[in-house]
Structures are given as structure tokens and as C-alpha cells.
Ligand binder design. Structure first.
Ligand code: SF4
Ligand code: SF4
Length: 128
């Protein structure tokens, strides 16, 4: 695979703060297996039902990962380690997380790099 031009280890995990990280039935089955619980328990524990509020999918139902409060972004995926800033279920993460950012470039990472250079601060975290 071609080398990617972003480094998630230098990023506070912006993509994991997206409010709507949708899952499929297969994703939930994988989560259930990972935690050794039933699928019904995994749905209840990890997933939230969301009704799309606008756009062409308005009114459609999505099933998304539950979030919790974060000290950098407003909220973040409940599977995110907020101190280490990484996914705690990497092997069992949903397919949408596996696919992101779907290419060699991550727009947020470019933004982060630009702002850090501009501020002359390697740790700087811009508000997205
Ligand atoms: S926003 Fe981009 S650089 Fe940051 S963790 Fe996600 S994929 Fe990696
Ligand atoms: S499952 Fe992992 S990779 Fe996906 S949003 Fe949650 S913390 Fe991020």
C-alpha cells in the first residue's frame, strides 16, 4: 500500500470525535465478539439510534457509536482512550473507522500541521 501522508500518533484523534460514526450489523457482531457479550447487549451498550435531521437523508435512521465528554473536542467515541489519544478496540473497530480517511491524505492532519507550523508549537491543537 502507498505510504500515507498523515500520522495519527501526532493527532489528538479528531476523526473519532465525529458525532455520527455509523455502524453495520456486522460491526456490532464484531464488537460483541470482542467483548465476549451477546449482540443484544452490544447494541444496548455501545450503539445509539439517530434520526437524520437534514439533507437528502432526512428522516432516515442511522445506528451510531455512543460518545462521551472529551477535554479536547466536545465529545468523542466511547472507545477512545482520552489520555493516550487512541482507539482501545483497534482490532474490532467498525468498518467506517477502517476506511477513514480513504486515501493518502487526511484533511484534518494537513490543517493541524499547518497550524502547528504557523504557531511554532508542535503540540498546538486548533479548534476544528
Ligand atoms: S483525524 Fe486524520 S490524522 Fe487524526 S487520527 Fe484521524 S485519520 Fe489520523
Ligand atoms: S471505534 Fe476506535 S477508531 Fe472508531 S471512532 Fe471509536 S475510537 Fe475511533
Amino acid at each position: 500500500m502507498a505510504k500515507v501522508k498523515y500520522d495519527c500518533s501526532k493527532c489528538p484523534g479528531y476523526c473519532c470525535s465525529y458525532p455520527r460514526i455509523s455502524v453495520t450489523k456486522k460491526d456490532v457482531r464484531r464488537l460483541a465478539d470482542h467483548f465476549g457479550i451477546t449482540e443484544a447487549a452490544a447494541w444496548k451498550k455501545f450503539i445509539r439510534r439517530y434520526v437524520v435531521e437534514d439533507g437528502e437523508d432526512k428522516g432516515e435512521i442511522e445506528y451510531i457509536l455512543k460518545h462521551r465528554k472529551d477535554h479536547i473536542y466536545a465529545t468523542i467515541c466511547q472507545f477512545f482512550d482520552q489520555d493516550e489519544r487512541r482507539c482501545t478496540i483497534y482490532e474490532a473497530r467498525p468498518s467506517v473507522c477502517r476506511e477513514y480517511p480513504d486515501g493518502k491524505i487526511c484533511g484534518y492532519y494537513n490543517f493541524l500541521k499547518f497550524e502547528r507550523k504557523h504557531q511554532d508549537d508542535k503540540e498546538f491543537i486548533p479548534s476544528a
